[in-house]
Write a protein that binds this ligand. Structure first.
Ligand code: T1G
Length: 697
């Protein structure tokens, strides 16, 4: 028998224990072990079989690392059917997260008991597939179509209490899974309980599956797996069990072959890899119990809120008592959201805003904190003044961090006598909501300071990405390039509204012009003014129509007008009729001839600009690996998860084709379209960005 499944005979109960850490994934050895274990139990004359997981969880699903590799039997659907077909009573005892194939094994069992903290689910759609081992055939028989479709198409995890109410579980008991499982099996044997095969239960009443398919497809915003899974549940209602299993497998294999599956599994493993940096191996972070935040504006208040919610105490420093009270008001507003959603009790709210949060206007109040995050006005002189003060008051070993979104961290660090304690912690607005955190490592930043940045990110449940120092770090630097590409297409004939539509159809949560309205057009205006003041390369194409929009006080959502016009309380706007005349005037002024742009060309240019700049960011080492860029764009810039990120998308589209496009467009503008050396190198060597990810693993 394989090592992955332990076997014991306790009286007349055979016990199969999963021993495949960290999450008892149902890899080949586990599957073989289960099949062998069932046969052995039957040969040993057992009356019942108990299946449970050692370690932190029951089976958390199929082994995703096997996806895309040549499949090897026994296959999971057959393992579930083998368990169900046994003449013995089979009990599964669940703890941790019984997900995907794990729940399918439990549904193949005849009885299910769980500990109160257990969670169950079929989250396959979150990695671009669907249940493929009977989940769409057994779950609806057990709990009906509506509840099954909800669980399968949302991929959500269901708590033990709800799972019991739904009928997924038969029992919820306190105790170790092994013990509650043995007790339940004992009771079932002694009470003469029958085998209970879900596949032998009646199929549930069918519904209008075409209508349901359309509803789910629309709700899935470009993802195809949830709607396909509805067809699986339809087969459960319309076909005999065995044929339903075959239909489920067909649908499952279609999704396995899809780009979306590749994209979403790349995202799954990449978001887990970004925190694993070779240079941090064995590096202990510094203590982290109390932090200081300087500047209580939107960003500072969001950062303080995230820190308070992660159990840290916060000293909020502002220039005046009024400003400090205003900062507290913003924090209370942010926490109020968690209170309303029941994520926080009134008592916890009180504790956080009175005991854990301290307001001050005196730098000396930061004397004992472990880490300080500065979130003041984006001006280098202001930053240096703040860091000089911090250098004077903070205790030795305190980490000094800046939330700047583009300024030079090396220059800020040089304004102190402890540059090795200085780091960039670039949060995204709203900081208590957005998961992305760019950890910007300056030339002299000490490894344990970097480790402390990642520890803070984990504590705040952020997805933290290491970035080097350059203008805009990883995300904003790449944004500035693909945004410039969009501006060029505007000058050449496209409209902001066509561009936004083409990119939301491609899968982005919002198009670049709607995003600009959300962030505030005054930010882009300030950046254009700064870059012009620093001196633009004469070959760079510039446009000023957006400046005119700002000069008239139109900053987007916050002023009710920008590229779009927003009715009060409405997030989506209608196109602003003043914009196109400004653009046409600009074209005339620059003597430009407009032309038609197909949506496909808009997407290819926009994505090529993004990929090309991303390749420069990786090539220069600003991002350690291509997956760091993918995770940054996924978590901070609304990149569609089912495409995996810009560099995963590029690999799937084909780097040679992308490079050819860039070289073609360089004939019309060789200043903007300068192919990234890394992209040219990968194409020349016939390699991909994923090869780089693998080499750096
Ligand atoms: N396969 C392989 N590795 C897995 C894995 C899996 N299913 N789940 C987790 N890991 C690894 C993960 O990469 C990490 O590795 C470590 O375990 C800890 O995970 C036919 C086809 C279970 C809730 O989609 O949602 O069944 O980084 O850091 O935050 O129908 O992992 O340490 O090297 O995430 O405590 C369906 C996916 C599969 C569940 C734990 N199952 N996993 O979260 O730890 S498809 C899933 C999770 C399927 C059948 C189909 C979470 C978790 P490393 P972690 P965590």
């Amino acid at each position: 028998m394989s090592e992955a499944i332990g076997y014991e005979l306790i009286g007349d109960i055979a016990v199969l224990s999963a021993q495949n850490p960290p999450v008892n994934a149902l890899g080949l050895d586990v599957r073989q072990g289960l099949v062998d274990g069932m046969a052995r139990a039957e040969n040993d004359g057992a009356k019942a079989v108990l299946i449970y997981g050692e370690g932190r969880t029951y089976f958390a699903g199929a082994d995703i690392r096997e996806f895309g590799k040549p499949p090897t039997g026994p296959f999971l659907p057959d393992v579930c059917t083998r368990i169900e077909a046994s003449p013995l009573i089979v009990v599964s005892a669940l703890h941790g997260t019984a997900l995907g194939g794990g729940l399918e094994i439990a549904l193949g069992s005849h009885y299910r008991v769980a500990v109160p903290s257990a969670r169950v689910g079929l989250p396959e759609v979150l990695i671009g597939v669907m249940p493929g081992a009977g989940g769409t055939q057994r779950l609806p028989r057990l709990i009906g179509v509506d509840a099954s479709v909800d669980i399968i198409t949302s991929g959500r995890q269901v708590g033990a209490k709800e799972a019991l109410e739904l009928g997924i579980l038969d029992r919820v008991e306190d105790g170790a899974p092994r013990d509650i499982g043995l007790a339940y099996a004992r009771e079932l044997i002694d009470s003469g309980a029958p085998r209970r095969a879900i596949s032998e239960m009646a199929a549930p009443q069918a519904v209008d599956f075409d209508a349901l398919y359309d509803v789910v497809l629309k709700k899935s915003r470009g993802m195809i797996a949830p709607a396909k899974a509805v067809r699986g549940v339809q087969a459960c209602c319309e076909l005999p069990f065995d044929q339903g299993m075959i239909r489920e497998r067909e649908l499952f294999m279609e999704l396995m072959a899809s780009d979306q599956r590749q994209g979403m599994i790349h995202a799954f493993f990449s978001e887990r890899a970004v925190g694993k940096l070779p240079e941090l191996k064995g590096v202990e972070p510094r203590d982290l119990n109390a932090i200081g935040v300087i500047g209580g504006g939107t960003m500072g208040a969001g950062i303080a809120t995230s820190a308070l919610l992660s159990g840290l105490s916060v000293v909020m420093l502002e220039m005046s008592p009024e400003a400090a009270e205003a900062a507290k008001g913003r924090i209370e507003g942010n926490l109020g959201g968690a209170l309303k959603r029941g994520k926080l009790s009134q008592a916890q709210f009180e504790d956080l805003t009175t005991k854990a949060l301290t307001l001050s206007t005196d730098y000396s109040a930061l004397g004992d904190v472990d880490l300080v995050i500065e979130a003041v006005f984006e001006d280098m002189d202001v930053k240096k003044t703040v860091f000089t003060q911090l250098d004077a008051v903070c205790k030795p070993g305190a980490v000094l961090a800046s939330n700047t979104s583009y300024l030079d961290i090396n220059e800020i660090a040089a304004s102190t006598n402890r540059p090795s304690d200085v780091i960039g912690l670039h949060f995204f607005s709203p900081a208590h909501v957005m998961k992305l955190l760019e950890i910007v490592v300056a030339d002299k930043t000490a490894p344990d300071v970097v480790a402390t940045g990642f520890a803070l990110g984990n504590r705040m449940k952020k997805t933290s990405v290491r970035a080097g120092v350059c203008d805009g770090f990883i995300g904003n630097r790449i944004l500035s390039t693909y945004r410039t590409c969009a501006d060029h297409m505007i000058l050449d004939g496209a409209s902001p509204y066509q561009i936004d539509k083409a990119l939301t159809d491609f899968g982005f949560a919002m198009g670049p012009f709607a995003v600009a309205d959300l962030a505030g057009l005054d930010i882009g205006w300030a950046v254009r003014k700064r870059k012009r003041a620093e001196g633009l390369d004469p070959r760079a194409r510039d446009s000023s129509y957006a400046d005119k929009l700002c000069e008239d006080g139109n900053f987007g959502q916050k002023t009710g007008k920008g590229y779009y016009v927003y009715e009060a309380g409405k997030r989506a706007g209608v196109s602003n009729p003043d914009v196109m005349p400004l653009i046409e005037a600009e074209r005339a002024e620059q003597g430009l001839t407009s032309r038609e742009f197909a949506d496909d060309e808009i997407v290819r240019r926009y994505m090529a600009a993004m990929v090309n700049e991303a390749a420069k960011v990786v090539g220069e080492g600003i991002a350690r690996r291509p997956l760091d860029v993918d995770v940054t764009l996924l978590y901070g810039y609304g990149f569609p998860r089912y495409r995996g990120g810009p560099l995963k998308w590029a690999d799937m589209v084909g780097l040679p084709e992308l490079l050819a496009d860039i070289k073609k467009w360089a004939e019309e503008d060789d200043y903007f379209w300068q192919p990234a050396p890394l992209l040219e190198q990968l194409v020349a060597e016939g390699r991909t960005f994923d090869d780089l990810n693998k080499e750096s693993a």
